[in-house]
Write a protein that binds this ligand. Structure first.
Ligand code: AVJ
Length: 324
């Protein structure tokens, strides 16, 4: 998997060179840039993962519940794209809830390979899946799927089905999303299938509310990256002097999240000092939105044949089946 290892290095951030950096190096790199930025993947420490779970329960945050409803309704049809004795490889398993729906609907699956950065989290989740679905072999792979990881040797002879739910693909720049799909194809191999969840372009008010909820949970999620820098990198950010900003950038088909400095100030982190002007922002996330057609075109350009797509009644979210 050395070729994969090298090429996946490119996915993790908006700036390729940042991909192999440590958190500290990344922070120094991103905050030295103009405009300042940080990769969205650093949201997910323990506190951030817990806040994200809370986001998925918010009335305004439609993606999780809409994707779950699509999976619940159409998992039987999706199973038609899963070969006999296949291995299901989930890229970035934050929760096994979605994979379980697919697994229950596809008894021809032999193996489930959840890939996640936290070995401890994976071990717990794997044990729970083994307990609840005893007929499937669970082979967790502890890895940052945006970096270097090896598929377990035991699945080399099995057909592979990639699973990338949650519209996590929306965090990639479109070029990087295509590159990710190309490389996922290389790792999964000839004849592979990919099932991908993709959030759709829709009314701006719906999009804006989903990323700027009334209860302020998304604000806490965004601000947590400052708290994380304070905890892990000896930072001294004053969380009260930054505010959450989120808005749909229609020209670029993406939600942008920023942390806006409420005053001129400086902060020290990882042994470096950074100056912030009043209203200056740190760009912390892009969440790209697609149309069914624009995502199918992107997947096609990355070498995948779009086979089927399932959406909800409001066309808020889409789940795509792709074949190599
Ligand atoms: C996990 C990337 C799908 O973009 O909707 C939620 C992350 N950010 N609220 C998204 C997120 C703010 C989420 N993804």
């Amino acid at each position: 998997m050395a070729a994969l290892a090298r090429s996946v290095l490119r996915y993790s951030a908006r700036h390729e060179a940042a991909a192999s950096e440590s958190f500290a190096e990344h922070v120094v790199h991103g905050l030295s840039d103009s405009p300042k930025w940080l990769s969205a993947k650093y949201f997910y420490d323990v506190a951030g993962s817990d806040l994200f779970e809370q986001i998925t329960e918010l009335p305004e945050y439609y993606p999780t519940r809409t994707e779950l409803s699509i999976l619940n309704r159409y998992a039987g049809e999706m199973a038609g794209y899963i070969p006999l004795s296949a291995a299901l490889v989930e890229f970035g398993t934050g929760s096994t809830k979605k994979a379980r729906i697919l697994i229950e609907a596809a008894p021809q699956l032999a193996t489930y390979v959840p890939v996640d950065i936290s070995a401890e989290f994976l071990a717990r989740e794997a044990a729970a899946v083994r307990r609840d679905i005893p007929w499937i072999a669970v082979l967790p792979a502890a890895a940052d799927f945006t970096r270097d990881f090896d598929l377990p040797a035991q699945i080399r002879s099995r057909p592979r089905v990639g699973f990338f739910p949650g519209s996590t693909i929306g965090n990639f720049e479109p070029d990087d999303a295509a590159e990710f799909l190309r490389q996922a194809g290389r790792i999964l191999g000839a004849g592979a299938t990919m099932i991908v969840g993709v959030d759709l372009i829709k009314d701006e008010a719906v999009l804006n509310a989903a990323y700027d909820d009334a209860a302020g949970v998304t604000a806490r999620f965004n601000l947590n990256v400052l708290a994380r820098m304070n905890r892990e990198l000896g930072g001294d950010f004053d969380l009260a002097s930054f505010r959450h900003r989120a808005f749909y950038n229609a020209a670029n088909h993406r939600i942008e999240m920023h942390l806006e400095s409420l005053k001129a100030q400086s902060a020290t982190v990882a042994g470096h000092s950074f100056e912030f002007g009043k209203s200056e922002t740190i760009h912390t996330e892009n969440s790209y939105k697609y149309t069914v057609e624009s995502f199918r075109a992107l997947a096609g350009a990355a070498g995948w044949r779009p086979m089927a797509v399932w959406t909800d009644e409001s066309d808020y979210f889409s789940v795509h089946a792709l074949k190599l």
